[in-house]
Design a protein around this ligand. Structure first.
Ligand SMILES: Cc1ncc(COP(=O)(O)O)c(C=O)c1O
Length: 395
């Protein structure tokens, strides 16, 4: 009998009761905006920033309205100006090159390898030929490059790294948390990430100038002293006249929903990893499927699973699998569908940027979302739907 999955894979994890209680308490006060004219100390957004900075072991944290805004502000606060070249791994999602476009920066795409991470050799050659002084390192789908090597290359070329950790909340490389390798990092709490607030973003940094500029540009008006995980006032004095207000603040309501989720991260990641590895082990046995290699130093925090499918008729397998309850996202498809995204779809990027190696890797890449509520049995059914769909179409 053909397997069929009866759960919507796009089911987000509902916020816990503590989030609902905090949100209700706040709603009754009406103070949904994070700043108060009579002082906003103790506001949920400031408390969240303090807790998140402590969780990451970072000095400063700035809560904003989305992961894309966090990337934009982190880069802008780090000094990226219009026309500056920024290196970016070619496997990432549309809001990432979108943030570079918003900055007026020039995206310099760097090839990935079949581990789905930036290729160190490609990074060296692109850095040398472009002269770019910034790298936006996007840990797309939670795949983490050899960060010791990437950090060394950045040091060699005088490149400042900003990390996009939208998919790596709590992940580590060689024992170091992602978000701690660059000069600043951006996180997302959009519904399909480790934390769910619908929309939301967080920036962490140990650099006082980046922190002050990001706070000012996020739209703090002159209420920046209501931030707790922030540098002292004199740092703001250096920047306040020159920092435009981009109105990208996080609302107190979003922060109230997010803060009670922080202590749940480790348990959520453990379960997500179990689900992922269980499915990976089952898919791995199929002759037409290959999973990207994961080195021991990579402690990954998957919220989805990626695999390469041989055989050529992937669109038909996707249709068959979708019919049986498992919508596969195919990154090699000609058009962007739903959340899929490949560099040829970003037509606004200038120049003819050859990333043939990436295109080759992505041409057979498939991806399936993994809701945290998936039981072991459902995880097995999910894998069976995929393998049986391949058998039905290709064998
Ligand atoms: C790799 C990556 N970076 C950044 C983002 C942006 O996050 P947001 O949707 O919160 O703007 C996303 C969105 O899913 C993403 O997949």
């Amino acid at each position: 009998m053909r397997a069929r999955l009866d759960i919507d894979l796009a089911t987000p994890e509902p916020p816990p009761q503590a989030s609902i209680d905090a949100a209700m308490r706040l709603l009754k006060t009406g103070h949904l905006f994070r700043y108060g004219e009579m002082g906003g100390e103790g506001n949920e957004a400031a408390l969240l920033e303090t807790d998140f900075a402590a969780m990451l072991g970072a000095k400063y944290c700035i809560a904003v309205n989305s992961g894309g805004s966090a990337i934009f502000l982190a880069l802008k606060a780090a000094g990226v100006k219009q026309g500056d070249k920024v290196l970016l791994n070619a496997f990432t999602l549309a809001p990432v090159p979108g943030a570079l476009q918003h900055l007026g920066a020039e995206t310099v795409l760097v090839d990935i390898n079949d581990r789905l991470v930036i290729d160190p050799d490609a990074l060296r050659s692109r850095a040398a030929e472009s002269g770019a002084k910034f790298l936006l390192q996007s840990h797309m789908r939670g795949h983490i490059a050899d960060m010791d090597e990437i950090t060394a290359i950045c040091a060699e070329f005088g490149i400042k790294m900003i990390e996009d950790c939208a998919h790596t909340m709590g992940a580590t490389w060689n024992g170091v948390q992602t978000g701690k390798f660059g000069i600043a990092a951006a996180f997302s709490s959009q519904s399909f990430k480790q934390f769910n607030t619908g929309e939301g973003g967080l920036i962490v940094t140990d650099d006082e100038d980046i922190a002050a500029r990001a706070i000012l540009m996020s739209g703090s008006y002159m209420f920046f002293e209501q931030h707790a995980a922030a540098p002292p006032k004199h740092v703001f004095e250096r920047w306040k006249g020159q920092s435009a207000n981009h109105s990208m603040r996080m609302s107190a309501l979003t922060a109230a929903i997010l803060r009670p989720q922080l202590p749940l991260l480790a348990a959520r990641n453990t379960r997500w990893r179990e689900i992922h590895d269980r499915i990976a082990n089952r898919l791995h046995r199929h002759q037409m499927l290959r999973l990207p290699h994961r080195p021991e130093l990579e402690n990954y925090t998957p919220t989805s699973i990626q695999f390469f499918m041989a055989g050529g008729n992937i669109d038909a397998v996707v249709a068959e699998s979708t019919k049986h309850g498992v919508p596969i996202k195919f990154f090699g498809g000609e058009k962007a569908v739903g959340f899929t995204s490949r560099s040829p779809h970003w037509e606004y990027i200038s120049g003819d940027q050859q990333v043939n190696q990436s295109e080759q890797v992505l041409s057979t890449l498939c991806d399936v979302r993994l809701p945290l509520g998936l039981s072991d049995d459902q995880a097995d059914v999910l894998a069976d739907v995929i393998t049986q769909s391949i058998d039905a179409v290709m064998l």
